[in-house]
Design a protein around this ligand. Structure first.
Ligand code: GLN
Length: 451
């Protein structure tokens, strides 16, 4: 823990941590030593972790990296982080993220952008770590935590993992409790870990997952020993390759990476099956209706009264308006505008209801595909990490980053991103495996072969 605390201090320029908790870390590490001395050890005894700022941590600032949550230190602990501490893990601090988890580059944080520890060969230019769990991914890649909690609404665990050469798994919706996670889009949000290796992810997810009476969408199923799934044996496994993911203008290096993954799995004895997921092209537009709709509703609670920031006004309505005008950043406001529009009378049927119907069709696509295959292999992202502060005039350009990841959230399925190669200029690239609901074990087993 001491070594990690100094490493965190030395890597300040990455801007991965927005709150450091060294005293708490040392106190937790001491308690862990005492438990070890008594012979009672948890699954994660003494392991120093970083926590995405989206998780409520008791008495410690929890802001989802938004100005509107300034000074908010909850009186409760999220179920996922509590599970980690109960298993002996140690908290190093809170990690930077896109504001309310909206973004794919960690550039919308009120606390400033995070730098990817990786740079392209021979370049001095900083790259983005991906988002929204950019702080988590950068911190794991830079070895300034042994693992980190993250969250994934439309790719926010898997895309930053791919951009930083780390492993990230979004488990099945319902596998982890969402209680105490600051909500973005409740029907899509799911907790998961970002770690250095597949084995670490298996160990950490086992601790994070649980059924919880405080989250009725968490599912009462036994949590398997994921580490035991890492047998390396995938002989006879059927791996689907969805033809709709061969998108136009896919860079050659991404094509190559995908082919490399196919070849590796074949060599290990898997059978490769061409499959079709015809609704894929509607996933991104439908996601950008469902996610903002739920976000606009979830963010209605930030009114200057209950949490964080309050900007005084002439009367209560003026106070609400001033607080929300100052407290939310541009991307969050854009989502609230889209969300309230698609939910408004007269547009609800045309947008929201249709998006929900598409969601059902996407789910059915996967159900059909999984009748013939055990897992699905795709690239995790359409490119390697892009340059920090690049000029983007059209927000849709950013949204395209999620093209391979959002379908998984729309269908509630598990997905893992595993480092599998590099771009022509030496940046990490990731492959994604998609699994059947609650079959994270197949993902771990297969990812272990690709790693
Ligand atoms: N990039 C996507 C968005 O901005 C996904 C974010 C996430 O998974 N939290 O909505």
């Amino acid at each position: 823990t001491e070594a990690y605390i100094s490493a965190v201090d030395a890597a300040g320029d990455l801007n991965a941590y927005i709150t450091k908790t060294p005293e708490k870390a040392l106190e937790m590490a001491k308690a862990s030593d005492e438990r070890l001395a008594k012979g009672g050890a948890g699954n994660l005894e003494g392991i120093p972790l970083g926590v995405k700022d989206l998780y409520c941590t008791k008495g410690i600032g929890s802001h989802a990296c938004s100005h509107i949550l300034d000074g908010f230190a909850p009186e409760y602990e999220s179920t996922v982080t509590q599970n980690l501490w109960d298993d002996g893990a140690v908290m190093l601090g809170k990690l930077n993220m896109d504001e309310f988890a909206m973004g794919s580059a960690n550039e919308t944080s009120y606390y400033g952008a995070v730098k990817n520890p990786w740079r392209a060969n021979g370049e001095e230019i900083d790259r983005v770590p991906g988002g929204s769990s950019g702080g988590s991914a950068a911190a794991v890649a830079a070895r300034i935590c042994a693992g980190a909690t993250a969250s994934d609404t439309g790719g926010s665990i898997r895309q930053p993992a791919a951009f930083t050469g780390t492993v990230g798994i979004k488990p099945t919706y319902g596998r982890c409790s969402r209680w105490g996670m600051i909500a973005f889009a409740s029907s899509l949000d799911q907790a998961g870990p970002i770690t250095r290796t597949v084995r670490d992810a298996a160990i950490m997810l086992k601790s994070m997952a649980s059924v919880d009476k405080k989250d009725t969408t968490s599912v009462d199923l036994p949590v398997p020993d994921y580490e035991a799934a890492l047998t390396g044996d995938i002989k006879g496994m059927r791996v689907g390759i969805p033809k709709e993911y061969r998108v136009d203008n896919m860079p050659e290096e991404i094509e190559k990476l995908w082919q490399q993954g196919i070849d590796w799995l074949k060599a290990a004895g898997a059978e490769i099956v061409e499959i079709s997921l015809p609704m894929t092209k509607y996933a991104l537009p439908a996601y950008y209706i469902v996610a903002p709709a739920e976000a606009s509703s979830n963010l209605a609670r930030y009114d200057g009264v209950k949490y964080g920031l309050r900007v005084p006004g002439e009367d209560i309505v003026d106070m609400y308006e001033k607080t929300r005008a100052e407290g939310f950043g541009d991307e969050v406001k854009r989502r609230i505008l889209i969300g309230t529009y698609v939910l408004s009378a007269g547009y609800y049927d045309a947008y929201y209801l249709r998006a929900q119907k598409i969601r059902t069709l996407i789910k059915q696509d996967f159900e059909k595909a999984f009748e013939g295959v055990d897992t699905i292999l795709t690239p995790a992202t359409p490119s390697a990490a892009f340059e920090l502060n690049r000029k983007v005039t059209d927000p849709v350009e950013n949204y395209l980053n999620d093209i391979f990841t959002v379908t998984v959230n729309m269908a509630g399925l598990p997905g893992i991103s595993v480092p599998a190669g590099q771009s022509s200029n030496g940046l990490p690239l990731g492959l994604q495996l998609i699994g059947k609901a609650f079959d994270e074990e197949t993902l771990f087993r297969t990812a272990g072969v690709l790693e």
